[in-house]
Design a protein around this ligand. Structure first.
Ligand SMILES: [Cu+2]
Length: 267
């Protein structure tokens, strides 16, 4: 229920943003702005949030926003597996367009371009992809190619994880028991590899297998930190932005002394 409340709050605020722009009203005088303030405190997207919002420290970070009328939240029908229904207190919405109360857009994959053309080593620490409440956590993630993905089943039900890459090797594994772990990876770089569950058709995740480690995924509030980018030399870099239904976009970020920031607005 909390998730849906938050999503509705996000929708309301997105509309408010639109009206403020159209009318040119200031936040101090606008009635709708006051409504936005009253909505803000419940703006917590819990179950499907990719990660906690990054701390405001020096580094390369950005904000991905959605303005305009957010698509209606689509409720997932989990009735085919009573375990999945029982794993949630109320309705669960799809993870495709998740807009926070301040207009932040979650699950956007952001990476830099124009970084040094080196052979980057994959980190030794695996990325964890969990199957929890019959949902993938996280919904969108990246690895440096050949970095391990530790796939867990935290549910007491059968999942069948099935990666359908275009240039990497496909895998298709049944995970019938709670607590099972399987480690897989992708050896080549490839964008937006779809990972799905053949038992629960609503379960979808996307993996980016990257040449370099300069990427991040937007959190529930739309904030994104580009991993490792503080190590980059001063200069202007390209920013590549991907969302599963809203599409791709690009921008730039200037990094100076290991810090830089950018903003992107989907409309
Ligand atoms: Cu499943």
């Amino acid at each position: 229920m909390l998730l849906q409340t938050a999503l509705v709050a996000g929708l309301a605020t997105s509309l408010i943003f639109g009206q403020m722009t159209a009318d040119g009203e200031t936040a101090a005088t606008s009635e709708v702005a006051a409504a936005a303030l009253s909505v803000a405190p419940v703006a917590v997207v819990e179950p499907s949030a990719p990660a906690a919002a990054p701390k405001a420290v020096a580094g390369v970070s950005g904000k991905i926003l959605f303005r305009g009328e957010a698509p209606a939240v689509v409720k997932i029908d989990m009735v085919s597996d009573p375990y999945c229904v029982g794993a949630h207190d109320g309705d669960v919405g799809t993870q495709s367009v998740v807009v926070g109360a301040d207009g932040g857009l979650a699950n956007v994959f952001v990476s830099l371009t124009g970084v040094p053309d080196e052979r980057y080593k994959a980190p030794k620490t695996p990325v964890v992809l969990d199957q929890l409440g019959c949902m993938y956590q996280p919904h969108v993630f990246g690895i440096v190619k050949k970095q391990d993905i530790e796939i867990r089943n935290s549910d007491d039900t059968l999942h069948n994880i099935h990666a359908v890459p275009r240039s990497n090797k496909e895998f298709n594994i049944g995970m019938p028991e709670k607590g099972m772990k399987v480690t897989k990876t992708f050896k080549k770089d490839e964008d937006s590899i779809m990972i799905k569950c053949d038992v629960h058709p609503w379960m979808v995740a996307y993996c980016f297998s990257m040449e370099h480690p300069y990427f991040g995924v937007s959190a529930a509030d739309g904030s994104v930190t580009i991993n490792n980018a503080s190590d980059l030399e001063d200069g202007e870099y390209g920013v590549r932005i991907w969302h599963e239904t809203l599409g791709e976009s690009s921008g730039t970020v200037t990094i100076e002394g290991g810090a830089g920031s950018f903003e992107h607005i989907y409309k």
